[in-house]
Design a protein around this ligand. Sequence first.
Ligand SMILES: *Cc1c(COP(=O)(O)O)cnc(C)c1O
Length: 475
Amino acid sequence: MKYLSTRGHADRKQFCEILLEGLAPDGGLYLPETYPQVDAAMLEKWRAIYRDSGYADLAFEVLSLYIDDIPAADLKAICEKTYTEEVFGTQEIVPLRQLEPGLYLEALSNGPTLAFKDMAMQLLGNLFEYELARRGEELNILGATSGDTGSAAEYAMRGKKGVRVFMTSPQGRMSPFQQAQMFSLQDANIHNIAIEGVFDDCQDIVKAVSNDLDFKRKYKIGTVNSINWARLLAQVVYYFAGYFQATTTSDQRVSFTVPSGNFGNVCAGHVARMMGLPIEKLVVATNENDVLDEFFRTGVYRVRASADTHETSSPSMDISKASNFERFVFDLLGRDATRLADLFGAQLSTQGRFDLSGDTTFQSAARHYGFASGKSTHADRLQTIRDTYARFGTMIDTHTADGLKVAREHLSAGVPMIVLETALPIKFAATIEEALGQLPPRPARFEGIEALPKRVQLMPADAAVVQAYIASHVD
Ligand SMILES: *Cc1c(COP(=O)(O)O)cnc(C)c1O
């Protein structure tokens, strides 16, 4: 399997080459040259594998179609080390729970940091450690986080050989629980950097350091952001696992609703569907930051300015542009890299928008690719959290509530609807309390974390200061 860039660069790369890279050299995103096809017989085989040998072996089946530069026995060992009951809390890893007939929640949030990003990041940590050891190299991951990504990355990389994490976050802006999750880590290879500024300042620092090519090369700076293909690939697996739990035979169809921000999660659903998983609809749920809902309703993709990006009670979906969206549009345009480079390169940077409403390909977003969308507001979240708790005794987080609200607008008889649960309520306790008048339950391992000693460096919003810190902590 070789990988190409959405913007048409001539290089074709192998999986382990793009594993440690960010964007392609032309600014595009990597995608496989073709999507491997899974027929009904293969689906039945995978159904049996998931049932009889478990999620790790299902993950191995899916990943081995895309990764041919890691020996099979090693890849299998990596999957088995990653997806354990000990780390993810259940034998199914992503258990499905029925709310009412035909409507399900797929639990993706029982990993180390209680958000679905663990599903991919835990695998990434093990892949990085493996590949860096094989090359005899080291990597210093520099990131910016407003919450979930930073903690998922730190818990995935803690104690890993050859990897250090330098994670910037805006001082005092994360929830107390999120701060405690990150800052209580005592591992020597994890560095928390609180920046005197807002999230955009953190992102600017990461950009400035990455653009300093000499520094980047000398200190082996890398990232783990959501455009990484390995993260997306890891997420494809749970669409299959959800399907197998909701159906008994592989002629049945299901739909998924996905609380979306950067379009990474739902893009993995698109890949699963392109492989032949019988998905009827992929419903994109947004909050007030409705860039994606607007596109799927109107054909206009319009990125937002920082000032028009709302701070909401489902903060992990507060995006101004959807960084993985380019992958889907590439397929939508019949993989026309020239046209794609014009839309995402030229048009977005000069006009901040592009318009496919008059284009026949836009109609196929719904017709051939099954996409639908909807949006949810703070009032909808409160109402959905209350209703779900009152009727089913199930407490859901704010992002999952956005998903469930939108899912209900897209139900169709005879097609199970699976809503992806992207975080546990404890991560967003204040809004749960607002909705229900009570705090969500806290898993025992997080009891009292706010009181643990904190390991964090406070710095001004100055890339040079961050660079000096990195230089003095890399031997
Ligand atoms: C990251 C995140 C999302 C958005 O996922 P994308 O892949 O960026 O679309 C939704 N919910 C939670 C809880 C998240 O952490």
